[in-house]
Design a protein around this ligand. Structure first.
Ligand SMILES: CC(C)(COP(=O)(O)OP(=O)(O)OC[C@H]1O[C@@H](n2cnc3c(N)ncnc32)[C@H](O)[C@@H]1OP(=O)(O)O)[C@@H](O)C(=O)NCCC(=O)NCCS
Length: 300
């Protein structure tokens, strides 16, 4: 897919107008430029700690395990400089059950992530164009919805998605982080998390019944013990609904954990069938941050 977008928002319209071209990523041509863009684009608040995924020089490492995925780049000007990227993948998710029978209702959901625009080319509409082109690809590939996740303090990203692209705030999960104490380090010592490190992501966590909490604590202790044998693993991470009681049972350090993750969603295509449509509206509008959220481990 390649589409030329006239740069109506570009500065200095009298001069030779640079074009922004959004096209599909080509590993041979773009890998070096995209890695450089990733390196210089800081995500998160300046001076505040943030967990950022290191792509280890492989721009599509978070994408290739999805059957349906794409990465787009934005080229700027006559020199065709790569100044922006975005990634997207489509998955099928269950959003609840029909009332008439017990079969789940499935929708095709696109996850939009890895949006980056070089700091020298911001506020030129390039981020917006990347999102719009990605949405178009998602529609053409059957997605009903698109969602993204960002830190609540990332105002540029939130504004772009909610004010410009009509996404709505959808879920607000909590990220719980527990340091892993390696066998040869004393308990209470803080692992080095200022350089690259690996982590174990705990997902699908759910508890019920009067002993649920103790069982969950045991499961987490088991995971922690495994992690202690893995010299590259420095923290355990879990992401759960803010009001989910499981949150209290998962060991975590408050100062490493945060409540600031915000997921935003947008409908891309009309739902099929009345029954389905009502369920989908409910799915988006209900504030189910009080209940269980299933987090896709591949999104982290
Ligand atoms: C977020 C980011 C992609 C925006 O790219 P961009 O090309 O500058 O975005 P656009 O020019 O299309 O801006 C569209 C709208 O987003 C909002 N926006 C963008 N930058 C903003 C800023 N610094 N402060 C407040 N709002 C901002 C505005 O509503 C803007 O519309 P406006 O210019 O008419 O006011 C870019 O700042 C970036 O790469 N940031 C670092 C990486 C990052 O945080 N990515 C998002 C991860 S989810």
């Amino acid at each position: 897919m390649s589409s030329k977008i006239a740069a109506e928002t570009m500065p200095n319209p009298g001069a030779e107008t640079p074009l922004v071209v959004v096209r599909e990523y080509d590993e041979r041509r773009d890998k070096v430029a995209v890695n450089e863009l990733e390196r210089q684009c800081e995500v998160g608040q300046r001076g505040k700690p943030a967990l950022v995924t290191d792509l280890m020089g492989d721009p599509i490492c978070r994408l290739r395990y999805f059957a349906s995925h794409v990465m787009l780049v934005a080229e700027y000007g006559n020199r065709k400089e790569v100044v922006g990227t975005i990634r997207g993948c489509i998955k099928t998710v269950a959003i609840g059950k029909r009332s008439s029978n017990e079969f789940p209702i499935y929708v095709k959901l696109a996850y939009v992530f890895g949006l980056r625009v070089s700091s020298a080319h911001r506020r030129l509409g390039i981020g917006t164009k990347l999102v719009q082109q990605l949405e178009e690809w998602c529609r053409q590939n059957g997605a009903n919805y698109a969602y993204m996740a960002t830190d609540g303090s990332n105002q540029p990203s939130l504004n772009l998605f909610t004010l410009r692209c009509n996404y709505v705030k959808f879920r607000n999960p909590t990220v719980l982080v527990q340091p892993v104490h390696l066998h040869y380090k004393p308990l209470g010592s803080v692992p080095n998390i200022f350089e690259n490190f690996g982590f174990y992501f705990l997902y699908g966590l759910h508890m019920e019944g009067k002993d649920g909490s103790n069982l969950m604590k045991s499961l987490c202790a088991f995971a922690h013990n495994m992690a202690r044998d893995d010299k590259d693993c420095r923290v355990l991470v879990a992401e759960v609904g803010q009001m989910d009681p499981v949150r209290e049972a998962i060991p975590h350090w408050r100062k490493f954990s945060w409540d600031q993750d915000i997921w935003c969603i947008k409908k891309l295509r009309e739902a099929q069938g009345e029954d389905n449509r009502n369920s989908q509206e409910y799915w988006i509008k209900s504030q189910t941050s009080s209940s269980v959220i299933f987090v896709d481990p591949r999104d982290n």
